[in-house]
Design a protein around this ligand. Sequence first.
Ligand code: BG6
Length: 481
Amino acid sequence: MSTRQIKPFNAIIFGGDGDLSKRKIIPAFFNRFIDCQLNMSFKIICVSRKSDDEAAFKKELMTFIAASVDNEIQPDKQNEFLAHVELLKIPETTVKDYSQLAKILRSQSEWQRVFYLSVPSTAFGEICKTLKASSLINHMSKVVLEKPLGNSLKSSKEINATISKAFKEKQVFRIDHYLGKETVQNIMVLRFANHLFERAWNAENIESVQITVAERLGVEKRAGYYDKTGALLDMVQNHLLQILCLVAMEPPSNLKPDTVRNEKLKVLESLRFFTKNNVQNNVVKGQYTRGTIDEDKVNSYLEDIEEYNSETETFVAIKTYIDNWRWKNTPFYLRTGKRMKKRYSDVVINFKTMPHNIFPDSKHPLKNKLIIRLQPEERIELVQLSKIPGPGGYRFKPISLKLDFVDSFNERMPDAYERLIIDILRGNQTLFMRHDELEAAWKWIESIKAVWKELPLNLYESGTWGPGDQVLDKAHKWQTN
Ligand code: BG6
């Protein structure tokens, strides 16, 4: 990774003592710091509504930071980094309560300011209004918005409208951490830097595309958030749709943020809407029950959240189409679930059968499959038929050509947040969602949400692949690993 240094900055994290900040955001800064990408002029101000116990906060922070690095941390490096971190208690979102923050920021008026809102989106409007009323936003300021951005098209439009009163669109960074993952970015490289695949990347050659994000974890400590959100909004509306955009978009003419985002927007706008009549056969929702994962017995979703009437889905499978020339009638299968058998995410490109079969004895259909494994082991796998050596005619076996990232590169795989915070500090919006992309995603999701309550909730045992196989499109066999 390049270590071009970042200009001096103040990063102000609202929700700074929250789980995401401790687990992902601050460790990402730390890793960039030990890679010498941050020069010595920076401060990370963690805003808390309740606490000002900085010593306890830093102690806790160190366990999260230690978990994010491969090697042991040198104590002097750790202390050097922590000297840049500050906990600031701001109980209320008022100009009066922001005065201490204003004092700190004005003492470094030439440093850029990144306001990172790691709080529920209902708080975004008030925070931005108060930052503006406190005169803390200047042309060098940026605002970072964590998902979910609202819970409907209407609320997301309202959020965008309030934010735009304080920040220009070029200052707004809507994070989807999947876009920061190396392997997700590699989809673009695979498609647009290699002749081989792009030629065949269309409905003429591809039978179907399958995108899976399977998790082993349950809801953990996020019951309050998750039960109001569910898998459709937590995962499909953002992460799965962003992956789908990268798989399906037309080649952008360059990597400028708006050029790439225009192409992604076209995909989102071409997604076929669901109607009351077709949603039943094309969308499946499920909720996990008790089960066993890797010999560990786990609770049901209802036991996890201690709320026994909840109908919130922890699994969604969708069959959809992109109505444009390239993808005419090619099904895209999206699937995500918690408490599944294994944690893995991948994109499977199923190629069509060869137009003519000269091997009539073959027991295998003559077709290829490209598997882009996004996590946990990052690799690209091309499944092709090969002749089994030996006399006696042509006998085939599907074998895989594998490109394993870990074997091919010596570099450590940085966490998605590391890439994203550096892009924010440099002002590069390519990997961040524009407001119209978000709204297009919401419009499509709302065509499902409109009939959500009418869809049956399929219970599935924890440690399985969920109910998708039985209910959705019997002709499609989900590729699992
Ligand atoms: C988050 C969701 O955005 O992504 C979580 O809110 C989910 O529910 C997480 O567990 C998955 O991210 P990753 O990087 O672990 O695949």
